[in-house]
Design a protein around this ligand. Structure first.
Ligand code: ADP
Ligand code: MG
Length: 714
C-alpha cells in the first residue's frame, strides 16, 4: 500500500466523487470494493448515454447548475443500477438545521393494474422532493401554516445504496430549502461558500500570474473521536438514552492516569466492530484511513482521507451514522457526545482544511519553488486575517451544549480562538514583518533563490496540540469542533471568511501592482501588512494555561466561554456583512440559524435537567434510603450520620433543581442563559451529592452502572 502523497493530489481527489483514491489498494470482492455501493463516475460512465455522461461531468467540473433535460436519463440509469443492487426505495437525504440527517423513503414501485406493479423513477423525482417539512426547525423562516419545503438533488455528491438486512435504499444527497428559496440546511450554505471561495481565490490567482486554474476547491479531512460501550450498560442508563451523556457517575479509581490506552492495542470485539464499520464505509466510498485508541478508556478515533468540503461533509454524516449502526451488531453503543463521562477526556473532531486548484495544487502547501511560496504566503496571510477578524464567529461555529463541558477544560482548546503557525513559519512571518531575514537559517529551510523571499520551512515540524487552529504542514487544522457536529457550518464559515480576506488582500495587491510595484515585492508588502495587523491572533504557547487567558485578554482576543456567550456572534455585524457580501447566507437565514441553535441549547439543557431530577428522585434517592434502612436494621449507628447528611444534601439540591426546572417564561437567549445559570448549575449540585452517595451506598443497591464498568469492560 503506497502512502498517498497529500501535497500534490489530483483534481479527482479535490472533487472526489466515489472514485477509488489511487493509493488505496483494496483487492476485495466486487461487492465489497471501495465505492461498490456508489453511483460513481465509473458507474455513470458505464451506464449513461455518452452525451449525457459528458454533459453531466462538464456540469460538475464547472460547478454549474444541471441542465434539467439530463435528469430523466440520469434517473433511469440510477434506478436500474439501484434495482440491481436490491433497492426497493429511494430517499432524498438532507441535513436540517438540527445537524443530523433526515430521510423519507418512497418506493420505486407503483401499481400497474391487475395486481402487478412497475418500477418508476423520473428525472423530476430525482431532482426535487417535497417533504412535509413543518416539523423541521426553521427559526421562523417559514410559518407553520406554510409547511412546504423542497429538497433538491446535489449532483456533486454521489448517490449511494444503504444496505439493510431486509433490503436496500437508494440515497440521493440533497439540499433543503423553503418554498421561498431560503436555505434550511447545512449543505446549501456550504456549497455557496465553496463557490464564493473559488471566485475570490481565482481572482487572486490571476493577479498572482496563474492563468490556468479554473476552479478552486476547499477540502476537509476530519478526525472523529468516539466512545464504544457495552449496550447493556447503555440501556441501564436513562441519562445516556435521553441526553447522550452520563449525568451521574463518580470518578473511577482508574482513569487514564496510566496513559495506557492511547494508541494501545485495540480490544478484539472493538477491532472487529471497527473493521466492519470500515467495510461499510468503504462500500459507500468513504476513504477511511486511520484508526486508533484515543486517550480515554473506551475512546477511539477514525479518520478518513480528505475530500472536497461538500462530499467530505456528507461522508462525515454517513460515517457517524455507520459507526452507530454497526456498533449495535457487536452489542456495543457508539457515543458521539462531546462529553459522555465527566472527569474523563471528551471527544472532539479535528477539521483539517485547505484550498486546492483543479490542477492539483494545494494553495496552503509551502511548495518548493519561489513562485509557489509567494502564493502560499499570500493565502496563508489571508487565513490569518480571516481568523483574527472572525474569531467570535469561528468560536460560535463550534458551539453546542456538549462543547461547553470540553472547550477550555484542559483536554481541548480553550474558548479563545488563536492560530499556531509553528516555530518556523512564525519566524518566516516575523522576518517579513521586521524586514530582516534570519541569518541563521536552519538546514530544513527551503532555499528560495530570490533575496526578497524569506526562507520557508519544509515541514510544519513541531506541533501544538493545545491550539484551536494550527498550521500542520500543508493545511490548517481547526481543532475545536465537537465530536457530534456536522462539518457543514464550521466549513461554511472557514470558506466564507477566507473568501473575504483573500479578496481584501487581492484588492491591496492589485493597487500595488497598478502603482508600479513589481511582483514578489508587491505580494510581500501585502503579506507583511496583513501579518502585522493580525498577528495578535497568533500564539504558540500553551493554550491550556491560565497565563494564556490573561495574555489573550491583554491582546483583546475574545474568550466566549459558553454557547450562550458565543451564539450572538452569528448575528455580529461583521458576520452578516461577510455572509451577505459573498451570497452565502442572508441576514434572515443567519437569524434563523441563531434562533434554532439557541433553542436547541435550552431544550437540550432542559432535557438534561429533567432527566437529572427524575433519576435522582426515583432511582438514586430510593437506593440511598434502602441503604440507610440496611444500616439501621444492622444497628451500626456510627455509619448513619454520613449517609443521612448526603441524603439531606441530595434532597435539598433536588428542591433547588425542581424550582430551576419550572418554566421561567423567558424566550430565546434569555431562556438559554437561564438554562445555563440556573438549571445546569442546580444539576451540578444534585450530581455532587449523588456521586458521593455512589461511593457509600451498597453496590448491589446502586441502580446505575458505574464508570469503571462502562469504561473498562470491553
Ligand atoms: P497529521 O495530522 O499527523 O499530519 P495527516 O497528514 O495524515 O496527519 O493528516 C491528518 C488529516 O488531515 C487527515 O484526515 C487528512 O486527510 C487531512 N488532510 C491532509 N491534507 C489535507 C488537505 N490538503 N486538506 C484537508 N485535509 C487534509
Ligand atoms: Mg486526534
Amino acid at each position: 500500500m503506497t502512502r498517498i502523497r497529500q501535497q500534490n493530489v489530483t483534481a479527482a481527489q479535490w472533487s472526489s466523487n466515489g472514485e477509488a483514491l489511487g493509493a488505496l489498494d483494496l483487492t476485495l470482492p466486487e461487492n465489497e470494493a471501495f465505492g461498490a455501493n456508489v453511483f460513481s463516475v465509473a458507474v455513470q460512465r458505464e451506464r449513461l448515454p455518452s452525451d449525457v455522461f459528458g454533459k453531466l461531468q462538464a456540469t460538475l467540473a464547472g460547478g454549474e447548475a444541471l441542465d434539467p433535460s439530463l435528469a430523466d436519463a440520469v434517473a433511469e440509469a440510477m434506478k436500474d443500477w439501484a434495482l440491481e443492487k436490491g433497492a426497493t426505495h429511494y430517499t432524498h437525504m438532507f441535513q436540517p438545521l438540527t445537524g443530523s440527517t433526515a430521510e423519507k423513503h418512497d418506493s420505486f414501485f407503483e401499481p400497474a393494474g391487475e395486481g402487478t406493479s412497475l418500477a418508476g423513477f423520473s428525472g423530476k423525482e430525482l431532482i426535487q422532493g417535497e417533504p412535509d417539512a413543518s416539523s423541521f426547525p426553521t427559526g421562523g423562516v417559514r410559518a407553520t401554516f406554510e409547511a412546504r419545503g423542497y429538497t433538491a438533488w446535489d449532483p456533486t455528491s454521489p448517490a449511494f445504496i444503504l444496505e439493510n438486512p431486509n433490503g436496500a435504499l437508494l440515497c440521493i444527497p440533497t439540499a433543503f430549502a423553503s418554498w421561498t428559496g431560503e436555505a434550511l440546511d447545512g449543505k446549501i450554505p456550504l456549497l455557496r461558500s465553496m463557490d464564493a471561495l473559488s471566485r475570490s481565490a481565482l481572482k487572486a490567482l490571476r493577479l498572482l500570474g496563474d492563468e490556468e486554474t479554473q476552479r478552486v476547491f476547499t477540502t476537509v479531512g476530519p478526525e472523529q473521536e468516539y466512545f464504544l460501550i457495552d449496550e447493556q450498560y447503555f440501556y441501564e442508563r436513562p441519562d445516556l438514552i435521553a441526553a447522550g451523556r452520563t449525568l451521574f457517575g463518580a470518578k473511577p479509581p482508574k482513569g487514564h492516569e496510566l496513559d495506557d490506552h492511547y494508541f494501545g492495542s485495540i480490544p478484539e470485539r472493538v477491532l472487529a466492530c471497527m473493521m466492519e464499520a470500515e467495510l461499510e464505509m468503504r462500500k459507500l466510498g468513504i476513504p477511511v484511513k486511520t484508526r486508533h485508541n484515543e486517550v480515554a478508556p473506551a475512546q477511539y478515533e477514525i479518520a478518513p482521507i480528505f475530500e472536497n468540503s461538500n462530499v467530505g461533509s456528507d461522508h462525515q454524516q454517513l460515517l457517524m451514522q455507520t459507526l452507530e449502526t454497526v456498533a449495535r451488531r457487536y452489542g456495543l453503543v457508539c457515543l458521539l457526545h462531546e462529553k459522555p463521562f465527566a472527569g474523563v477526556n471528551g471527544s472532539g473532531k479535528h477539521n483539517n482544511w485547505s484550498m486546492g486548484t483543479d490542477s492539483g495544487t494545494n494553495l496552503l502547501d509551502p511548495g518548493d519553488t519561489p513562485s509557489e511560496n509567494i502564493h502560499f504566503l499570500f493565502f496563508c496571510a489571508a487565513v490569518i486575517q480571516a481568523v483574527n477578524k472572525h474569531q467570535g464567529l469561528l468560536r460560535a461555529s463550534v458551539a453546542n451544549i456538549g462543547q461547553d463541558h470540553r472547550l477550555g477544560a484542559n483536554e481541548a482548546p480553550p474558548a479563545i480562538i488563536s492560530i499556531f503557525l509553528g516555530a518556523e513559519l512564525e519566524k518566516t512571518f516575523e522576518a517579513i514583518a521586521s524586514g530582516e531575514g534570519d541569518p541563521n537559517t536552519p538546514a530544513s529551510f527551503l532555499e528560495l533563490g530570490a533575496t526578497v523571499l524569506p526562507p520557508l520551512p519544509m515541514d510544519g515540524g513541531d506541533r501544538n496540540r493545545t491550539s484551536p487552529f494550527a498550521f500542520t504542514g500543508n493545511k490548517f487544522e481547526f481543532r475545536a469542533l465537537g465530536s457530534s457536529m456536522s462539518l457543514a457550518f464550521p466549513n461554511t464559515v472557514l470558506n466564507t471568511i477566507a473568501a473575504e480576506a483573500i479578496d481584501e488582500l487581492a484588492g491591496k495587491l492589485e493597487e500595488k501592482l497598478n502603482g508600479g510595484t513589481g511582483m514578489p515585492e508587491a505580494v510581500m508588502a501585502v503579506v507583511e501588512e496583513a501579518y502585522v495587523a493580525n498577528k495578535a491572533v497568533c500564539f504558540s504557547g500553551d493554550n491550556y494555561s491560565d497565563e494564556w487567558h490573561a495574555e489573550a485578554e491583554r491582546r483583546g482576543l475574545k474568550n466566549l466561554r459558553t454557547t450562550p456567550d458565543a451564539l450572538p456572534e452569528v448575528l455580529d455585524d461583521d458576520t452578516v456583512a461577510a455572509f451577505e457580501n459573498y451570497d452565502v447566507l442572508s441576514k434572515r437565514e443567519l437569524e434563523s440559524r441563531y434562533e434554532v441553535w439557541v433553542e436547541q441549547y435550552w431544550i437540550r439543557a432542559n432535557i438534561e435537567a429533567e432527566t437529572t431530577y427524575s433519576i435522582a428522585k426515583t432511582m438514586l434517592l430510593p437506593a440511598a434510603l434502602r441503604h440507610l434502612a440496611l444500616i439501621e436494621s444492622a444497628g451500626v449507628s456510627s455509619l448513619e450520620g454520613e449517609v443521612r447528611e448526603l441524603v439531606d444534601e441530595l434532597v435539598s439540591a433536588l428542591g433547588t433543581l425542581e424550582s430551576a426546572n419550572a418554566n421561567p417564561g423567558l424566550e430565546g437567549l434569555e431562556m438559554a442563559i437561564h438554562a445555563r445559570d440556573k438549571q445546569l448549575a442546580a444539576m451540578d449540585a444534585v450530581r455532587e451529592a449523588a456521586d458521593k452517595l455512589e461511593k457509600v451506598v451498597a453496590d448491589d443497591l446502586w441502580p446505575l452502572p458505574k464508570y469503571e464498568e462502562m469504561l473498562f469492560i470491553k
